[in-house]
Write a new protein. Structure first.
Length: 277
């Protein structure tokens, strides 16, 4: 049995999606940065994504759960688009492109778009399996996006540096991650879907995200809350709890979480914009 010292443990949770295995979310030497333990190795992690319920890779699922996901994703797309500075964007790399929804729609803006997705669900020649494949080509991008993908990487420091290396001078990096200090995270505790162990190998608060890229030379410009994420994550959390009225309860918790965040700035999910000087 895997054991973690109690003083190192932030919370104990489990994989609600595939295996029901238990995991510990533990503190690291970097303040605000937490790690999932045990962390499945790279050659074993993919089995935890093999579920029709994993919506970012199986968006054709017809469940009400997937309907909510697809509806919020369409609304979120227009929100994301506002922060890409498209007027000066010549090419874009989307790290963690899932089923290709984002890169397909953003390509309509006459931008050369590339994606990175280890679990390939598209046959596009512009989608690479590994970030290192792009890095080897020496190509750079005016905009790089990472929508809830940084927390999936095994070596978060190496990945962060690669993203910076691939960014042009004056380029823009946009990162979105869940926030374990939000009200909905505190309310749902081990059932909070934002932990999503073991697919989420890392967990960051807002200060940890800013520090990770600022210490590597990027300039932090601003952050914005992704308000719809609170509703989606709360719904998944209610499913984890096997609630009898998941939609109603999720709506109430998410609404209160966003309302409380007006005063605490601890939203369920945030978008961060950095620039390379």
């Amino acid at each position: 049995m895997f054991h973690v010292e109690q003083q190192q443990t932030h919370i104990k949770t489990k994989d609600f999606l595939v295996s029901n295995e238990e995991f510990f979310i533990t503190k690291t030497s970097d303040p605000g940065l937490l790690k999932t333990l045990p962390s499945p190795p790279k050659d074993k992690i993919y089995k935890y994504y093999k579920s029709d319920k994993y919506t970012s890779h199986h968006s054709q699922n017809t469940s009400i759960f997937n309907f909510i996901y697809r509806f919020s994703r369409k609304l979120n797309f227009f929100f994301k688009k506002r922060h890409l500075n498209l007027k000066s964007c010549k090419n874009l790399l989307d790290f963690g492109s899932g089923d290709g929804f984002f890169i397909h729609n953003i390509s309509k803006s006459n931008i050369r778009v590339f994606g990175v997705e280890p679990i390939l669900t598209t046959s596009s020649t512009n989608v690479y399996k590994h970030l290192s494949d792009v890095h080897k080509k020496g190509q750079q991008f005016s905009t790089i996006t990472a929508w809830h993908s940084l927390e999936h990487t095994h070596n978060i420091n190496q990945t962060s540096q690669m993203l910076i290396d691939l960014l042009q001078e004056k380029g823009r990096l946009v990162v979105a991650v869940p926030n374990y200090e939000s009200y909905d995270a505190v309310f749902y505790k081990s059932f909070w879907a934002g932990y999503d162990t073991p697919r989420h190998l890392w967990h960051l608060n807002q200060k940890a995200v800013i520090k990770m890229f600022a210490k590597r030379g990027l300039t932090f410009r601003y952050s914005k809350p992704m308000l719809l994420d609170a509703f989606y994550v709360s719904y998944l959390s209610e499913i984890n709890k096997k609630s009898r009225m998941p939609i109603l309860r999720a709506f109430l918790i998410a609404f209160f979480s966003n309302l409380k965040a007006l005063f605490t700035n601890q939203y369920s999910s945030n978008l961060f914009v950095f620039e390379k000087n």
